[in-house]
Ligand binder design. Sequence first.
Ligand code: ARG
Length: 461
Amino acid sequence: MAKKAWGGRFASRTHNVAEKFSESVSFDRRLYKEDIRGSIAHVKMLHKTGIISREDADRITRGLQEIEKEIDRGEFAFSRSCEDIHLNIEKRLIEKTGSSGAMVHTARSRNDQVLTDTRLYLKKETGEIISLVCALARQFVELAAGNLGVIFPLYTHMQRAQPVLLSHHLLAYYEMLKRDLERFSECLIRVDVSPLGSCAGAGTSFPIDRKMTAEELGFRSISKNSIDAVSDRDFCAEFVFCCSVLMMHLSRLSEELVLWSAKEFDFVDLGDGFTTGSSIMPQKKNPDMSELTRGKTARVYGNLSALLVLMKGLPLSYNRDMQEDKEPLFDTVDTVKLCLEVNIAMLKTLEFKEESMKKALRGGFVTATDVADYLARKGVPFRSAHETVGKIVSYAESEGKELADLELSEYRGFSEKIDEDIYQVITFSGSAESRNSLGGTSAANVKKQILAARKFFKNFM
Ligand code: ARG
């Protein structure tokens, strides 16, 4: 049974159940590299400011480097009775370096230590997530560039609405992911703050140099209020919020891929490597990766909710409740990275089925708006034009015809303003091409969007 780092005032040991209940080393051990980095920077500063000797600083630093290797190699004996990763490492350091190791915690508390570790960790992970989101966003841009000219039925209310370029639809995902990239970058500014030196919450009487440790650890800025610094978990909630919005986007993509790969749509083929079969129905090719991405979105939302509720009404400053921030945070990081990785890989196998899209464009009167616009351009007020075309659609439906199949005489039965040129207006490509308003679906616009997107990536990374 290890002696507690804080055991001085206690006459009897912690109950076994209490130890099991309150430990965090089973999950916060993932912070060991950050913990060691933070301690090395702290010790370097303690020496530079004359708080500890060079010999002690060197011994501690070497000890910590050895401990890192022990953990890397899986040789480190984690102990639940040492509570968390911070105390586990400190105990081993003292075992290895004696009274030198016992100085590492001078002018520091676990309250600022845990935040230093978490912020360093989140900085690294946010960077990785940004790279993955960038890779996914790029894929949409390149898919859009590679499928220019393919016409796709846009849906509203899940009913066929208007012909658009498939590329335009794909670029909608680029726009969502671009906002995600911007959100993560913004969030990173608030993550990238050094809390080290806030100690238990009131600062310290030692002549520490917080600028030095912040620089040493590569933090962009330094927290201004020690009480806020040890109480703040906003950056965790904000990060998980950014992840939640990203997951919302991925879940919408997933839903579309689930629908599009169903025979009823048959718009895409997902690679065999990313679909699964059924144990009973030999014909099945299921879009499980998309379904799971959609499902895992719930976990991330749950994690956001857990963090917000965890912090609601907590008095300043540190409370042990806050230890509960880690599992939702870690789970979010793992889930989001996996979802991004699988979707990036799966999209590479995606094949669009142009013929099925063409088929879906037929029978839905998707160019009805174009006929109404045609009449409006000829001076018919849009509302009356809408009414007239409604009647034309109803007539065509009863005749079992498409808008393109109606004779000019049939059109003219509804409006004298309709001439031969109506047939140019109601082709699917003509319809898409005519929507050249800013942000609209015409090929010229879509090409501009692709160029702008490529430029964005050049400047962003
Ligand atoms: N394991 C703790 C956490 O994750 C570290 C901070 C503990 N501080 C304390 N005063 N008990 O929050």
